[in-house]
Structure formats: structure tokens, C-alpha cells
Design a protein around this ligand. Structure first.
Ligand code: HEC
Ligand code: HEC
Ligand code: HEC
Length: 429
């Protein structure tokens, strides 16, 4: 699985060497004394339950669980341009997990990216966001993790390219990019907005994917939510430059985040699908608060892409892309054509989905390669993967046809290169 969050850019070597030298005093972090594993009975049921919800909002299992039979036992390889990093075991196993961690060690790891033994942790663990989480929520998370089943599992050794395997260099990265929490309330905004901001900026770490990164892998200052890259997918802009044909409202954001599908927009695919899956079990008021905050980020959207009724330039697109049109009729139309049975059930029309409007064609291509099982309506139709049934040239024709028919934007340049590149990434283990 390719989980490159592209956090390690070329600049990290230079900037980290430089900054780490300046900050050598900060390199050393003391180990915190280990404790016997806390008695699970010492945590109240309500605290554990709150921790479970917070773990869902924080997507802990998206990275820490590889095998559903071994929750939170780690082992996931995270491919970065500078080598492979393995996610660690955070079950309460004393020898291989965090069973002997005192609460303070957990707080420090979550906020400062320092392990109990004093090692600096790679920012593939989004502690730059978790730094904003308050003590009460971190303690609930600690209670939740300490009451999971201890699993003995040691992750493989990281294969980082020299010198990035040298952890003290991370101090340089932290000096440049680690925010100094905690979350600061904005008094002029409502409680709901502040709750949403706290969750989005902190535990929800939405910017981890939706904010572009600089060469050193830090989130670009001044470009929060301008759109980023995650696992070979595009994480669209959540600011005023969002490209969705219809402007997102609080209600439509709430539906999308809660159910993974919104009839006026899209279904959550790729790395966004687990995010929506987790939010489907979060408290309703929290998901609504997130929607309120995200909609405020998008305020002032200047695009005038949305046309009602939705764009459908079928005849013109067919003239321009006859091969794509034929492929679409054969392979896709049975589900997606106007009036197809699936469409009658309130599914988003292709003329409304964001992916076809985006500057980058990669999500449209990824959906064809990987398919899509919408979160809601498990018994309803799902989109099969076409990776084995369409050759690259056919995927290019189809994407060009979709763009021409369902958007008013110019053709995607370098479509063939995108398809070839994604195909290569997908075929890697
Ligand atoms: C995007 C992937 C990702 C997510 C999401 C994530 N983690 Fe991690 N986490 C990692 C990686 C990678 C490491 C190991 C970093 C290293 O070895 O330097 C890690 C390390 C840790 C550690 C330190 C373990 C040790 O032995 O030093 C703790 C504690 C932890 N994570 C807790 C959590 C919790 C709690 C959540 C959810 C709120 C969470 N993580 C969400 C990727 C993630
Ligand atoms: C692991 C990476 C990742 C994280 C974390 C993440 N997203 Fe996303 N998000 C994506 C990707 C990729 C897409 C595009 C999905 C698609 O094309 O179906 C997306 C799509 C979206 C969309 C739809 C935008 C549009 O115009 O179609 C919204 C809204 C959204 N995310 C909100 C959030 C919020 C709020 C959070 C935090 C709670 C979040 N995301 C966290 C990767 C992520
Ligand atoms: C068996 C039914 C089926 C077939 C065949 C099918 N799809 Fe889909 N497709 C779906 C479902 C289900 C979704 C999820 C969204 C929804 O329910 O509308 C989806 C989503 C999509 C999306 C993204 C929508 C979003 O919400 O982000 C695109 C683009 C797409 N399909 C293109 C195609 C293309 C191109 C083909 C032909 C190569 C195709 N589909 C064939 C069922 C199908």
C-alpha cells in the first residue's frame, strides 16, 4: 500500500541539518520512566467510550491497524520519497506496544512527537495537528488505548535513505513546522464553529491531506486547505478555491462527512472514504460542528462553475471523443447515464461530482482504476475496478470524454502520463 503523504521533500535534508545544528540543545529529550501496565479497571467506562469516539475522529486505526484481527498493532508501511517507515504498535503490550507508558509520555508523544524513550518521531504521525488536542481528550484517548487487547507485534525496521534515518534531524523539522498548541478559541465565533475548528485543526488533522506541502514536507504557511495530495489522490481545496460544481453548504457537508455520499456532490472515495466512515460513528453534534467550520473556510468562493441545471454536453463530447463515448456507453452508462436505475436512487450525477472539475485528473483516473464502494447503502450498486478491463489508452479516452461532457473546463493536459504513473504506483505492493 502506498501511503505517501509526501511529507518528506528534498529540502528536508538541508533544512533539517541546518536547523538541527542550531537547535542541538533541543535534540536530547529525556526518557520518561516506564510504569507497570495500568489496570484497565482504573478507567471509567464513560472515559473509555469518549476515547473510542476520539480515536475514530483521529483516524488512529487508518494508520495503526493493518489487520482487523490485530487492531492498533501497527506494521503499515508508509512509503515516502526517502524510504519506508513502519507504523508502530500502540496496543498496551508492555514489551512491543505502549503498555508501560505513563500518561505524560502519551501526552508528550501526541503533542511533541517524542517517544517514551526520548526518540524523536517522524511527522508521518500527524502530531503537528494533535498538538492542539486538549488534556482531557488526550486522557480519554489514553484510557481507550490502555484498555485495548495487548498484542505482541514488532514493526519491521524502517528503511529510510541516509541520512533521514537519523532521528535527531527531525528536530529541525519540528522547529520549522511543529505548531505550538493548544487550540486557541476565537471569541467572536460561535461555540459550534469553535468546536469544529478544534476538531478539524487538531484531532481530525484534515489539513494533513488538504493542505499543500513545501519541499521539506511541512504544510505550506498561508495556504491552509488550498488542496493537497494523499496516497496518490488529490485532496481537493476546502477553501474558497474549491471546485465543486455546486457550492457546499453546511447541510451538504454534513451529509457528505456523515454518510460518505451527497447527492448534490460526490461520494467519498480513496483516502477520504475511511475519514467519512469514522465520522459516521462520531457524535452528531461534532460532525455538524465540523461542517460549520469547513463551510466557513470555503466562504467567499469566487468560482462560477456551477450551472443549474448541471452541465451535460453530450453531443459535442461525442464528436470530440468518439472512442471515449463508445467506451462510456458500454462500460459506464448502465450505471451513470441519465435515467439509469442507479441514478434514480439519488446518486450524484457525473456533472456534479468534483473529480471531473479538478485541475488534476488523478482522482477521476483513480476511481476507474480502483472502483468505489460507497459507504452508505452497502447493498446498492458499487463501482467495480476497471484496472484489469481497460488498457491505459482506454482510460485516457474515457477521462477526456468525461471532462468534455461533464465540465466546462479545458481538457486535461498530460492525461496519458497521469494514467501511466498511477498505474505504476497502484501495481507496487
Ligand atoms: C497518518 C498516519 C497516522 C495516524 C492517523 C495516526 N498515527 Fe500514530 N503514528 C504514525 C506513525 C508513522 C508513527 C511512528 C512514527 C515514528 O516511528 O517515528 C506513529 C506513532 C505513534 C505513537 C508513538 C508510538 C511509539 O512507540 O513511539 C503514538 C502514541 C501514536 N502514534 C498514537 C496515535 C493515536 C492515538 C492516533 C489517533 C488519534 C494516531 N496515532 C494516528 C502514524 C499515524
Ligand atoms: C487521508 C487524507 C485525508 C484526510 C485526513 C481528510 N481528507 Fe477530505 N478528502 C481526501 C481526498 C483524497 C478527497 C477526494 C475524494 C474523492 O475524490 O472522492 C477528499 C475529499 C473531501 C471533501 C470533498 C470536497 C469536494 O469538493 O468534493 C471534503 C468536504 C473533505 N474531504 C473534508 C474533509 C474533512 C472535514 C476532513 C477532516 C475531518 C478531511 N477531509 C480529512 C483526503 C483526506
Ligand atoms: C455497476 C455500476 C457502475 C459502473 C458500471 C460504473 N460506475 Fe462509476 N460509480 C458507481 C458508483 C456506485 C459510484 C459512487 C457514487 C455514486 O453512487 O453515484 C460511482 C462513482 C463514479 C465517479 C466518481 C463520483 C464521485 O462521487 O466522486 C466517477 C468519475 C465514475 N464513477 C466514473 C465511471 C466510469 C468512467 C465508468 C466506466 C468506466 C463507471 N463509473 C462505471 C457505479 C458504477
Amino acid at each position: 500500500m502506498n501511503v505517501g503523504r509526501e511529507r518528506f521533500g528534498a529540502g528536508i535534508v538541508v533544512c533539517c541539518f541546518g536547523a538541527a545544528a542550531v537547535a542541538s540543545a533541543l535534540v536530547y529529550r529525556s526518557p520518561l520512566a516506564s510504569i507497570p501496565r495500568p489496570d484497565p479497571q482504573s478507567f471509567s467506562a464513560s472515559l473509555i467510550e469518549r476515547g473510542a469516539t476520539l480515536a475514530a475522529i483521529g483516524d488512529c486505526d487508518a494508520c495503526h491497524t493493518v489487520d482487523d484481527e490485530a487492531p492498533y498493532a501497527g506494521g503499515l508501511p508508509m512509503a515516502t520519497p526517502f524510504g519506508t517507515l513502519y507504523v508502530t504498535n500502540i496496543t498496551p503490550d508492555e514489551a512491543t506496544g505502549i503498555g508501560n507508558w505513563p500518561r505524560d509520555a502519551f501526552r508528550r508523544a501526541m503533542r511533541e512527537g517524542v517517544s517514551r524513550d526520548g526518540r524523536h518521531l517522524y511527522p508521518a504521525f500527524p502530531y503537528d495537528h494533535f498538538a492542539e488536542v486538549d488534556d482531557a481528550d488526550l486522557d480519554a484517548l489514553y484510557a481507550f488505548l490502555m484498555t485495548r487487547r495487548p498484542i505482541s507485534a514488532t514493526s519491521p525496521t524502517n528503511k529510510m535513505i541516509f541520512p533521514l534515518g537519523f532521528r535527531p534531524l527531525l528536530v529541525g523539522w519540528k522547529l520549522l513546522f511543529l505548531r505550538k498548541g493548544p487550540f486557541v478559541r476565537i471569541a467572536s465565533q460561535s461555540d459550534e464553529w469553535n468546536r469544529g475548528a478544534y476538531l478539524v485543526e487538531g484531532l481530525g488533522h484534515c489539513g494533513d491531506c488538504h493542505t499543500p506541502r513545501n519541499l521539506a514536507g511541512g504544510e505550506k504557511a498561508g495556504h491552509a486547505y488550498a488542496g493537497g495530495v494523499a496516497e496518490g489522490w488529490n485532496a481537493p481545496a476546502l477553501d474558497a478555491s474549491n471546485r465543486a460544481p455546486r457550492v457546499w453548504t453546511i447541510d451538504s457537508l454534513y451529509n457528505y462527512l456523515r454518510t460518505g455520499m451527497e447527492a448534490d456532490h460526490s461520494a467519498a472515495a480513496g483516502p477520504m472514504r475511511p475519514v467519512a466512515e469514522h465520522l459516521s460513528i462520531a457524535p452528531d453534534s461534532d460532525v455538524r460542528a465540523i461542517a460549520v467550520y469547513v463551510s466557513s473556510l470555503m466562504r467567499g468562493r469566487t468560482q462560477t462553475l456551477h450551472e443549474v441545471p448541471p452541465i451535460d454536453k453530450e453531443a459535442g463530447a461525442k464528436r470530440e471523443h468518439p472512442v471515449g463515448a463508445t467506451l462510456f456507453a458500454g462500460a459506464c452508462g448502465g450505471c451513470h447515464e441519465v435515467g439509469a436505475p442507479m441514478m434514480v436512487g439519488g446518486r450524484p450525477a457525473l456533472s456534479l461530482v468534483s473529480v471531473i472539475q479538478e485541475d488534476d485528473p488523478r482522482n477521476t483516473v483513480q476511481i476507474m482504476l480502483e472502483g468505489l464502494q460507497p459507504l452508505v447503502a452497502a447493498r446498492a450498486p458499487f463501482m467495480p475496478s476497471f484496472a484489469d478491463n481497460l488498457v491505459d489508452r482506454q482510460i485516457v479516452e474515457l477521462a477526456a470524454y468525461l471532462r468534455s461532457r461533464f465540465s466546462s473546463r479545458t481538457a486535461w493536459p498530460s492525461l496519458a502520463e497521469t494514467v501511466a504513473q498511477l498505474r505504476k504506483e497502484d501495481s507496487q505492493p
